[in-house]
Design a protein. Structure first.
Length: 250
């Protein structure tokens, strides 16, 4: 895993006597989509929380391009180039799509002490926000309040906000949740495009989308890695069929 941008090494999180994530190791490479799948309660979202710094690890470490970032605060990890989305959209609903992205882009300013300078005067910030909206296919929806956007478009705005921070790694937690077939297909195409210049770790329950976009899959059960491999290897795994798909290997 030496060429990986982001690595989890023996990552563990315990809540009292419960091990939510146990000794998980995986790697994310630029140009690749690494999907983490498993039944509800498998520890997938907890794993993302550990990687993003939203939860401290009980053991193990997180390594970003050779640097141990375990224990850093979420804002520090974000500044280093890791962005994430959440299961539930985390947006400023009264603001426009552009304003949401501009707020995200402003987090990359060297100093936030610009009390008397209008936000619209920051050409670099505005350009980053517009670029992010264009990347997700919402260039013509920037002036629309997020509350007036469809569920799929709100998901796209959330990804755009992540992109506005200029990340190298994207941690995406169920970006297709609640979407119809057409919206899901659009997000799958977007993920393929974003993977060219990013490492993507994807948690998702839509198996059609996962197998369409992922280069590598890791299956988690009860907080631990059951198996990792290519989509073909995961499809043919009897252990996966038994533990996740509910198919008897016999």
């Amino acid at each position: 895993m030496s060429d990986a941008i982001l690595q989890a090494r023996g990552l563990t999180r315990q809540f009292g006597g419960l091990t939510a994530v146990g000794e998980v190791s995986l790697a994310c490479d630029r140009g690749q989509v690494h999907a983490v799948i498993g039944p509800n309660g498998a520890g997938k979202s907890t794993l993302l929380n550990l990687l993003s710094g939203d939860l401290p690890a009980s053991a193990g470490c997180v390594v970003l391009e050779g640097r141990d970032i375990t224990g850093l605060a979420p804002e520090q990890i974000s500044q280093l180039g890791i962005a994430r989305s959440y299961q539930k959209t985390n947006l400023f609903l009264p603001f426009t799509a552009f304003e949401n992205c501009r707020i995200a882009a402003q987090s990359r300013l060297a100093s936030s002490l610009h009390f008397f300078r209008p936000a619209l005067a920051r050409d670099d910030v505005n350009a980053a926000a517009r670029r992010a909206l264009d990347q997700v296919g919402l260039a013509d929806r920037g002036t629309v309040a997020v509350s007036a956007l469809s569920h799929g478009e709100q998901r796209q705005v959330e990804i755009a906000m992540a992109l506005a921070t200029r990340p190298r790694v994207l941690l995406l937690d169920e970006p297709l949740a609640g979407m119809g077939a057409e919206e899901s297909a659009r997000i799958v195409d977007l993920l393929r495009a974003l993977a060219i210049n990013h490492a993507i770790l994807l948690v998702e329950h839509d198996m059609d989308a996962v197998f369409a976009v992922a280069n590598t899959l890791t299956v988690m059960v009860n907080g631990r890695v059951l198996v990792s491999g290519t989509p073909a290897q995961i499809r043919s795994s009897h252990a996966v069929q038994e533990a996740y798909l509910g198919v008897d290997s016999e």
